[in-house]
Design a protein around this ligand. Structure first.
Ligand code: AMP
Length: 596
């Protein structure tokens, strides 16, 4: 079994994730997170929120999944969010053409090639339909838009789309969000939410799906003035696989500190370098194996034309590198697009330290002249004159001035425009912020964390599988077991489980089957600690205490329990009194098991 297959088997058996709607045959690319997976997902999202919202001092929003068509006309998704599709002439199965080329040749980024070239490569390499093994030579390679379309309300007059990324829900609301940030740059807005892409060939369980969760941050800055707090991460070592190294014969990834990467010009944008540093530490925190992790720079063909510096965080699973996060310096592309399409103001007013005096050209056209002269176009002519005065005041030097409205030229005597140049005092200017975007795919991160946590060893002569998840991420922090369901052990264990839950720990209570099997179950879902109530717990006062305590409620418990650590399987006897605090300290790393 490959690493991916082993993981998918464990994920289904233990309730991390499994294919959705299988009672009706299912639909490829949709997965349900089971109880363990949902808990892991929410722990990872909380850790993301903690680092990228709380610690950075950013704001978080929650925008709708469905957005109207003009949003995606402006963003470019309607026209350009396509993948290359090829359909088998024999069985009718559809495939992602660039992936077929990548899987069957040495070419790594076929996505950046023109469709005709991909079609030629399919023929040249004799690539067959993966479903029925008929040759795909001469089958056309077309563009397929990945957005799911719907209708907003009855009828089809108001098309909408399930958002293909959460980012647009932030960009489109920029004017409002900027107000909440008191129009002060820099500020960041984050969102964790669903994104939908009608992928041509979903594959590798959570890696390529049609509905997934993204955690995205849009950090708006004044490019002239704002700098990142680079000193905070300057010593973090980044495993960088730059374009130059990707293209060199013997190139491999290089380890550079954030500071070295910036000083050597390997990472062009200090802002991008800052987030690469922050994210390296965050990935380590949530359990990504740093020996199976790198930052890869986008090759020229992969990069969107507006994005100047792009890096992907990639993790290795099953020998393949998977993009888990994209980091991009997007300039003012997104805000300009929404400003152009909506006519709204997507700028921030930047106050000068001191007011300045400038010359300003204005017009005040005489409408009693323009009206009879240009009829219905008079208003548009006046607007065009105003725009021209601002753009090119020299055009008003002659006796007449000409403007274009809807492709038609209109000539106006300058004296009818009331053109003048005056000195005005300005307190500031409108600027369009630039954006740095780290865009995380939560499902791929979960897949990575689980794959990297998957361990096997031998315990008591038997092979054991366990997940060495960091306690902060583990779906459950503590498993509580009565050794047997008799003589008051179950009652005491239930009480202890209740106490631990009341203290805020995530607890599973399990009384079914042999104790060894119960440990194995918790090992397989990565529970870092298990507490067992046994005869000794009763003998050393636990039961008597429990009986008297149910009346009073708040006295400390006497007695001890066994606490077992997952990775070493080592066991220690610890007092029930203070158990919640001890387990809390163990899971936050404030104490180690050896210290106990
Ligand atoms: P992109 O906007 O394509 O750069 O995607 C941003 C992030 O979303 C990627 O780094 C992935 O982690 C995740 N992602 C993109 N497409 C998918 C997909 N089809 N399935 C799962 N995750 C995805």
């Amino acid at each position: 079994m490959s690493e991916g297959e082993r993981l998918t088997e464990l994920a289904k058996r233990r309730g991390f994730y499994f294919p959705s709607s299988s009672a009706y045959g299912g639909a490829a690319g949709f997965w349900t997170y089971g109880p363990q997976g949902a808990a892991l997902k929410s722990n990872i999202e909380d850790a993301w929120r903690d680092r990228y919202v709380v610690k950075e001092g950013h704001q978080e929003i929650s925008a709708p999944d469905v957005m109207p068509e003009p949003v995606f006309e402006a963003s470019g998704h309607l026209d350009g969010f396509d993948d290359m599709i090829v359909e088998c002439g024999e069985c009718g199965a559809t495939h992602r053409a660039d992936h077929l080329v990548e899987d069957n040749t040495d070419i790594e980024e076929a996505e950046s090639l023109p469709n005709e070239e991909v079609m030629d490569l399919i023929a040249e390499h004799g690539i067959e339909c993966p479903s029925c093994h008929t040759s795909l030579a001469d089958q056309p390679v077309d563009n397929f838009n990945l957005m799911f379309e719907t209708n907003i309300g009855p009828g089809s007059s108001s098309p909408g789309y399930l958002r293909p990324e959460t980012a647009q829900g932030i960009f489109v609301e920029f004017p409002q969000l900027s107000e909440y940030a008191r129009n002060q740059l820099p500020f960041g807005v984050a969102q964790i939410g669903k994104a939908y892409r009608n992928e041509i060939s979903p594959r590798k369980s959570l890696v390529r799906v049609r509905e997934f969760t993204q955690a995205e941050l849009e950090h708006f800055i004044d490019p002239e003035e704002n700098e990142p707090p680079l000193a905070e991460v300057e010593d973090v070592v980044l495993p960088l696989y730059s374009v130059a190294d990707q293209q060199a014969e013997d190139g491999g990834q290089r380890e550079l500190t954030v500071r070295e990467a910036v000083d050597d010009g390997v990472v062009e944008s200090e802002w991008v370098a800052y987030y690469l540093g922050v994210s390296k530490e965050w990935y380590e925190r949530i359990g990504v194996d740093m020996d199976r992790f790198r930052y890869r720079q986008h090759l020229a063909g992969e990069r969107a034309h507006y994005a100047s510096d792009c890096w992907d965080a990639e993790s290795e699973v099953d020998g393949d590198w998977i993009e888990i996060t994209g980091f991009a310096y997007r300039g003012d592309y997104d805000l300009s697009k929404h400003a152009d399409h909506s006519g709204e103001d997507y700028t921030v007013f930047k106050q000068y330290d001191e007011p300045i005096t400038v010359e300003r050209a204005t017009v005040d056209p005489d409408m009693s002249y323009l009206g009879p002269e240009f009829g219905g176009s008079a208003g548009a002519v006046a607007d065009a004159l105003e725009a021209l005065a601002e753009r090119n005041p020299d055009a008003f030097d002659d006796d007449e001035v000409t403007v274009e409205v809807d492709g038609e030229s209109h000539t106006v005597p300058v004296e009818q425009t009331n053109f003048s140049v005056d000195e005005v005092t300005e307190n500031g200017e409108h600027i369009r912020p630039h954006v740095i975007e780290p865009s995380f795919g939560v499902g791929r991160i979960i897949y990575t964390v689980l794959a990297h946590a998957y361990e096997t060893d031998e315990v008591d002569g038997e092979e054991r599988t366990y997940l060495d998840l960091p306690p902060e991420q583990a779906p459950t922090t503590v498993g509580v077991f009565p050794l047997m369901d008799k003589d008051g052990m179950a009652e005491l264990a239930t009480d202890i489980a209740g106490d631990l839950r009341a203290a805020g720990l995530s607890v599973t209570y399990d009384d079914s089957g042999a104790i060894g099997r119960r440990y194995r179950r918790q090992d397989e879902v990565g529970t870092p600690y298990c507490v067992t109530v046994d005869y000794e717990s009763l003998e050393d006062g636990g039961e008597a205490q429990r009986a008297s305590e149910s009346a009073s409620g708040d006295e400390p418990r006497a007695g001890t329990v066994t606490v077992r650590e997952r990775d070493t399987t080592e066991q220690k006897r610890l007092p029930i009194d203070g158990l919640a605090e001890t387990l809390e300290q163990l899971s936050t790393g404030d104490r180690t098991f050896d210290d106990l």
